[in-house]
Design a protein around this ligand. Structure first.
Ligand SMILES: [Zn+2]
Ligand SMILES: [Zn+2]
Length: 283
């Protein structure tokens, strides 16, 4: 078996021509699990070899728009492009609360479009979703399973956004932990214990502190690169992937600054400062 982790978007709310909104695709021998779906996720999935957004389940970390603006596109594309082939309803695993509300309501504005498409194409398979809400766990809990692949959710620290979770994907090839948006915290350590790949949101606080006062609030709820490096070293994860990069790197020097922060903090494993469609393979 092979498990492939593809970063479908390394961006954040700051628009960037080279970086789609946040998302991670974990493919376990053809079982395709998408984590968050920021802007342009469908285009990145096409770049990853899934031209019609043919994923098998979607997992949502929290209700910030940068993680969700591509989700309607993903769901609509998966249905529109499935002509002549009936696909099962898409499972969407989501924390109960605001993100769940978004998912439940997100097709409502498209109802007229869906009606006219279904009638015009004489389709008898209306677009339906299989929504699996879960309550915020104290400790990581299983929220989805298929065969020997299971996905656990664990709370992270992204206050005042609540709930916010990260995910842990356990496959026969190994363990992939995805932080979502969070401070560096013990909750991430619990989620990532023994992981082979840790996909971490990353922000260089040092750069943000040079910005105007009205931008300083984002220091409240993101992960500072030196602390990421220290935690990854302590956890002993073999591979660390940085994504949701703030500020978005604009040069090789900017990328190197992320690397230097992590290395100076003591992490000596494999390090990927992700670009869109960066991949890591297990197994
Ligand atoms: Zn975000
Ligand atoms: Zn967020």
């Amino acid at each position: 078996m092979t498990t492939t982790v593809t970063i479908t978007g390394t961006g954040c709310p700051i628009p960037d021509a080279e970086r789609a909104g946040p998302g991670v695709l974990v493919d376990v021998d053809g079982l395709r699990l998408q984590f968050d779906a920021g802007r342009s996720t469908v285009q990145r999935l096409a770049g990853a070899g899934l031209p019609n957004a043919e994923v098998d389940a979607v997992f949502i970390t929290h209700h910030h728009s940068d993680h969700l603006t591509g989700l309607q596109d993903l769901v609509l594309t998966r249905w529109v492009m499935a002509r002549g082939e009936v696909r099962p309803p898409l499972p969407i695993v989501v924390p109960a609360g605001p993100a769940e509300s978004f998912v439940r309501e997100m097709l409502h504005p498209w109802r007229h479009d869906l009606d006219v498409r279904a009638a015009h194409a004489n389709r008898s398979d209306p677009l339906t979703l299989d929504i699996f809400p879960f309550d915020l766990p104290d400790q990581p809990i299983e929220v989805w399973r298929r065969g020997d692949v299971r996905v656990l959710a664990g709370q992270v620290r992204h206050e005042p956004v609540h709930p916010a979770v990260g995910f842990r994907v356990e496959t026969p090839d190994g363990v992939v932990a995805i932080t979502g948006d969070t401070l560096v915290c013990d909750e991430v350590a619990a989620l990532a214990a023994g992981a082979d790949v840790l996909v971490y949101e990353a922000m260089r606080f040092e750069k943000i502190r040079q910005r105007p006062p009205h931008l300083q609030f984002i220091l409240d709820y993101h992960a500072d690169t030196p602390r990421i490096g220290a935690q990854a070293a302590e956890l002993g994860v073999p591979t660390l992937v940085l994504t949701h990069l703030i500020p978005p790197p604009e040069s090789d020097d900017d990328v190197q600054a992320f690397v230097d922060d992590i290395r100076t903090a003591g992490f000596a494993g494999e390090l990927v400062v992700a670009e869109d469609l960066s991949q890591v393979t297990l197994g």
